[in-house]
Design a protein around this ligand. Sequence first.
Ligand code: ATP
Length: 237
Amino acid sequence: DLPEHVIKIDRLTKRYGDVTAVDRLDLRVRKGEVFGLLGPNGAGKTTTILTLLGLIEPTSGTVRVLGMNPTKEAIKVKQRVGYVPDSVGFYPSMTGRENLRYTARLNGIKDAEDRIADALEQVGLTEAADRRTGGYSRGMLQRLGIADALVKNPQVMILDEPTIAIDPEGVKLVLDLIRRLRDERGMTVLLSSHLLYQVQEVCDRVGIFVRGRLVAVGSVEELSQRLAQGRTVTEIA
Ligand code: ATP
């Protein structure tokens, strides 16, 4: 194992009763890369992400994030890993800035004002920051979710379907932002998506997830060559 592996998953299995959501998954995410977890709905992406955050316990296998076991060190993991769920909930009657203040306080972050202003700037919401989030578009809420995660200055960002249900302009803003976090802050990013074309330009590597198994891992070029040869996702395993 290399120290540059920020996320290490070995033979992770998660079962819910008879359903095997994740099936003997091995995965390595390197420091400073954007890794895309690609796969259809129900493939097991969210389950994998939730084990990385310590929110669900594996049935078997091991998971390490920044060398920590998320099940045992959930609080430390939470401090160092930013998580943006696929649907971010904010209080609609509060402004963007007030919402960020609220979570900063919940997370025990003191003197958060500068960090909040910086995070809002990063995601392009400075102008909208003092408007109620009830009037935000889905894309703006998504970016506010990223800002919310950025306030704690995490080393790793995990984004579940960051481009789902947002307009093309919003997708571009989110992808530009992910690229900047990697290039300017050296952040490691794990994102999930069910649409390769939406995220391919930002991912250094992608893993294709089908029915709880990772069937292929490689750069977008490598995998698209294999797909272009007329092979389906399950055949390139
Ligand atoms: P989505 O994009 O829909 O969230 P996903 O790839 O993230 O898809 P998961 O949400 O991880 O997939 O679900 C994987 C499988 O596990 C699915 O068959 C799902 O129905 C099942 N599953 C997930 N959570 C539970 C649960 N709490 N109880 C029972 N089954 C579950």
